[in-house]
Design a protein around this ligand. Structure first.
Ligand SMILES: *[C@@H]1O[C@H](CO)[C@@H](O)[C@H](O)[C@H]1NC(C)=O
Ligand SMILES: *[C@@H]1O[C@H](CO)[C@@H](O)[C@H](O)[C@H]1NC(C)=O
Ligand SMILES: *[C@@H]1O[C@H](CO)[C@@H](O)[C@H](O)[C@H]1NC(C)=O
Length: 473
């Protein structure tokens, strides 16, 4: 998946600067209270984040564009709050949100997935989750070059924005969340609409929050879930999982009590020799037990070696064919665009991008995708293989051990969750000997978000392991 290269680049940048931040780790609940008590308004909040972006983004490069109408929208939010318009008193109203640049916005922002080929393209409408967000708040920013969600994660971690939205096919929310000591929720596929999101795979893609706390991420999740006509089949199927009253009710003390959590050690608890991480994660398992969870230790996922090898599982074969179909559909749907098909994008890159000099790792994947020809025998066999691996592996382990969730360090479990369409939450948990953050990943079966929220919130409240970045060399 097109993830690791920009991601590593950003880590290097992070490690190479030293500056001091006036930290503002404000949460949504704190911001809402501050609005209510007139200690801050949306304009001042947006001005603060724009200032942080100006200061930090030249180095961090988490933000690609800022909505030129941000202050105008902030003023509108402030007027609505002053007039006590009902929607201004709930949810994310007046709080700026940062979107990964794969998520379409029908306004002055470009939606490019970091590709010059899509600059000046015009999208037909807001992405499904963006119209849900607009009903709750004016959002501001658009972020990140490349297919991972590192831009949102970096920007939230560095307090350049309050909350953000990323997308995941295989690991692109969970991995940057883990590496940046922030909370990422990868929702069950279909729980959030993918309409208007530059796609990779219709069966694997999902859209979710990346925030500083579990609570913030859950407020954002609550706003963006639900049926969307333009992603009808998947969002209809998953909407059965949305609990009456939404997700914030699961942010409660004692959420770990009685939860059966599986521990898959092999290979996820294997750390490099001498690393402090093994002890840190053992301590975390003790904390889960102390908080009342029942750990079912030393479980194995059958077929795991095959699942973690995306060539062997069928994930690569299916995804690359689905990508061609999905990206062609997206490009055709644009109102105007220089490129109308994957073939056009490849030709554009060949003509205008110096493939030797830039780290244009996408082109090889594009060529492989272009060579596919729909969902044929090979792809159907790959899809059937993934379904079998899921049934005989993760699903069987969960059911046989009556598990509520599985706990694993980092995000290496992401292929298991990708091929199953399963949800997960990554919570800040540890720092390796070089100070690089590592998250704790709680995953579960489709629709298990309420339980995962209870567990993640319980773990976060018991550990509070997020440290604000100091950008030390
Ligand atoms: C969108 O891209 C065009 C072309 O590069 C640029 O002029 C414009 O400023 C961009 N829009 C925003 C909101 O940054
Ligand atoms: C781990 O490192 C220690 C000392 O640094 C060494 O003695 C030991 O053999 C190593 N273990 C493995 C499994 O490599
Ligand atoms: C992954 O699977 C493919 C196909 O089964 C195989 O050729 C390759 O060697 C495997 N890679 C690893 C690292 O095991």
């Amino acid at each position: 998946m097109p993830m690791s290269i920009t991601f590593l680049l950003i880590l290097v940048l992070l490690a190479s600067i030293s500056s001091c931040l006036a930290q503002k780790e404000a949460t949504i609940q704190e911001l809402r209270l501050a609005f209510k008590e007139n200690r801050i308004n949306s304009r001042r909040l947006v001005e603060f984040y724009l200032g942080e972006i100006n200061k930090l983004n030249p180095v961090l490069k988490g933000v690609l564009e800022v909505n030129p109408d941000a202050l105008y929208e902030a003023d509108r939010a402030d007027r609505e709050r002053a007039a006590k318009v009902p929607r201004s008193l709930v949810g994310l109203h007046g709080i700026p949100v940062l979107l990964k640049d794969t998520i379409a916005t029908k306004d002055k922002l470009n939606t490019t997935a970091g590709s010059f080929a899509l600059l000046e393209s015009i999208v037909p409408r807001d992405a499904g989750i963006v119209s849900k967000l607009r009903n709750a708040n004016p959002y501001v920013l658009s972020a990140t070059p490349c297919g991972s969600s590192s831009g949102p994660a970096i920007s939230v971690a560095a307090n350049m924005v309050a909350v953000s939205i990323g997308t995941e096919t295989d690991g692109s929310i969970l991995c940057p969340a883990s590496f940046n000591s922030v909370v990422g929720i990868k929702p069950t596929v279909g729980l959030t609409s993918r309409a208007g999101v530059i796609p990779i795979s219709a069966s694997l893609d999902t859209v979710g929050p990346i925030c500083r706390t579990v609570s913030d991420a859950v407020y954002v999740l609550d706003t963006i879930v639900g049926f969307d006509y333009n992603d009808g089949e998947a969002t209809k199927r998953a909407s059965q999982y949305i609990p009456p009253g939404g997700y914030t009710q699961f942010l409660k003390p004692g959420g770990l009590k009685g939860k059966r959590i599986g521990v898959v050690r092999n290979p996820f608890f294997v750390f490099s020799n001498g690393s402090n991480l093994l002890q840190v994660f053992e301590n975390h398992l003790d904390t889960l037990r102390l908080e009342g969870a029942i750990l079912v230790d030393k479980l194995e996922i059958a077929g795991l070696n095959t699942i973690l090898n995306t060539t062997a599982s069928g994930e690569a074969v299916a995804t690359i064919a689905e990508f061609k179909i999905a990206i062609n559909g997206y490009l055709k749907s644009l109102v105007t665009s220089k490129v109308r098909s994957l073939a056009d994008v490849i030709a554009f890159n060949q003509k205008f991008v110096d493939l030797e000099k830039t780290e244009e790792f996408g082109q090889e994947i594009f060529l492989a995708a272009e060579a596919t020809n729909g969902i044929g025998d090979l792809e159907n066999a790959a899809i059937a293989n993934m379904a079998r691996l899921t049934r005989d592996g993760y699903l069987k382990m969960m059911v046989e051990n009556r598990l509520d969730a599985v706990v694993t360090p980092g995000s290496n479990i992401s292929p298991v969750l990708a091929i199953g369409g399963f949800p997960a939450i990554s919570v800040p948990a540890a720092y390796n000997d070089d100070g690089v953050p590592v998250g704790m990943c709680f995953s579960g079966l489709k629709g298990s978000e309420p339980t995962l929220i209870e567990i993640s919130y319980g773990f976060e409240q018991a550990t509070k392991d997020r440290k604000v970045p100091t950008f030390l060399a």
